[in-house]
Design a protein around this ligand. Structure first.
Ligand SMILES: [Ca+2]
Length: 482
């Protein structure tokens, strides 16, 4: 009898410990974070202005919540990505550009920081990344390896670097661009005669698919960083063939649009444009460039499709949170810009979707203003992890994932120090360090053509939105050893 009791007790212990384990595992879902680079809102689930169709991104959005009023924290790679991974706003970290010097590296400014991957790693997750997650200006300072259990290196097709192209096995390439060589060295576009998995992003996707086909005993955090549709706009030829040049639309850009911008705004916002728009437009290449950009979006859409299919056919299909973001947008002639680095909508609005098993419902659309800064606190809550030891500037999106109409504070976008945009459900308010304000009524002016800031009837609206702009920018910055 005693022996039976002991056996029963042991059985009970085993059963209960299994129960706890499986419960714990379900409390810590896996995370896949897919990111793309410089992709504006020309995707079919956000905007049907262009001809490109993005069935896989649309499908991903339909799996959970699509945020149609989502913004980057900064309209440039390094500050946007640093904000996502640190959870701290650019105004607070002072990391506002891509500079190769030490002023832009979070590891030097905030050396002990628990970045999102590092914090997941410290909390028992297997953390792997690949491609362009952070902006790797100087890898050891911008994306230090201690944050990851494994990292698949970024590979980019370089601008007209023949040896590199030959190394990829791509020997026959149509060079579309007749534009004079741009000093930035990456301004080119055109089709590659290759298959989807031959390009750098294809290889990174393949690596992520292989990861999903393996057995993992711990919950995982997988960051797949795709480089497309960043310049140079290269993609497999089939994506160009699907987009006839005649069907590509130039953005609407009336020549009077800049008349209501103040000189300070024009000066700041033209910086970083590198005379690019004029150069592209005068060479007659604008339509070709847009076509190649759209082909690059279609290519990245296909890669996301491969990953989703692999996820759904894997054992992780039902217990994995999937987050998708673009680091910011891109302008193709709106306000005479061929660039990012501006606070206007085409540069700051992004595709952002969240699928969270047990929380999100399919086909939900949330029109509330949200920021990519909200990703870090949202994932902590979804994965039942503690706070990382530093204050996060975003707030969890769980209330909106549960109720898409739940109200939310405006999103703030910062460009360099002192230039900010505040977007609520209705308005876009922009302020510039050198003076000048803009106010746009997005209900009637999605293109942000008519600046209402000078109209006294909107004084109240402006003062309400202004309250959200960051104060004392730069004051809290830690010294950097230059
Ligand atoms: Ca205007």
């Amino acid at each position: 009898m005693k022996r039976i009791k002991i056996v029963l007790s042991i059985l009970c212990l085993i059963t209960s410990s299994l129960g706890v384990n499986s419960k714990e595992k379900s409390n810590h879902p896996n995370v896949i974070m897919i990111s793309v680079d410089d992709m504006n809102d020309w995707v079919s689930c956000l905007n049907d202005y262009q001809i490109v169709k993005t069935p896989n991104l649309d499908r991903l959005a339909e799996m959970g919540t699509l945020f149609t009023n989502a913004y980057c924290a900064a309209p440039l790679c390094n500050p946007s990505r640093t904000a996502i991974f640190t959870g701290m706003s650019p105004a607070r970290t002072g990391i506002v550009n891509n500079a190769r010097d030490k002023t832009s590296a979070w590891k030097l400014r905030w050396p002990e920081l628990n970045t999102m991957p590092l914090w997941f790693k410290k909390n028992g997750y297997t953390v792997v990344g690949g491609g362009k997650t952070y902006h790797e200006t100087v890898p050891e300072l911008f994306n230090p390896p201690h944050q990851w259990d494994e990292y698949f290196p970024l590979e980019i097709e370089k601008f007209k670097q023949k040896p590199h192209v030959e190394k990829l096995g791509i020997t026959d390439r149509e060079w579309f661009s007749d534009m004079p060589s741009h000093p930035n060295g990456s301004w080119d576009w055109g089709p590659f005669f290759c298959e989807d998995f031959d390009m750098g992003d294809g290889k990174t996707t393949k690596w992520a698919m292989d990861f999903l086909q393996q057995k993992h005993n711990k919950p995982f955090f997988l960051a797949l960083g795709l480089f497309h549709p960043h310049l140079p706009f290269y993609a497999p030829k089939k994506y160009f063939d699907a987009l006839p040049l005649d069907s590509v639309k130039l953005p609407e850009a009336p020549d009077w649009d800049l008349n209501d911008l103040l000189a300070g705004a024009k000066k700041i916002m033209r910086a970083g444009n590198d005379k690019g728009f004029k150069m592209v437009a005068e060479s007659g290449e604008l339509k070709n460039a847009i076509r190649a950009y759209l082909a690059s979006i279609a290519y990245v859409d296909a890669l996301v499709g491969y990953l989703l299919e692999t996820l759904e056919n894997s054992e992780y299909g039902k217990n994995t949170v999937v987050v998708f973001w673009s680091d910011h947008g891109y302008q193709f002639g709106e306000k005479e810009r061929f660039a990012k680095r501006s606070l206007w909508r085409r540069s700051s609005r992004v595709l952002f979707t969240v699928k969270a098993p047990g929380i999100t419902k399919p086909e939900m659309i949330c029109e509330q203003p949200v920021s990519l800064l909200d990703i870090y606190p949202t994932l902590l809550e979804l994965c039942n992890l503690p706070q990382p030891g530093h204050e996060l500037d975003g707030i969890s999106l769980i209330p909106q994932l549960e109720d898409n109409e739940k109200k939310r504070r405006p999103a703030v976008i910062t460009h360099e120090i002192g230039n900010n945009s505040v977007c609520d459900e209705h308005w876009t308010y922009i302020q510039y360090k050198e003076g000048g304000e803009e106010l746009y009524d997005r209900d009637v002016d999605l293109n942000e053509w008519k600046n209402l800031a000078k109209d006294s009837k909107y004084k109240g609206v402006i003062s309400e939105l202004k309250k959200w702009t960051p104060e004392n920018q730069g004051i809290n910055l830690k010294p950097v050893d230059k």
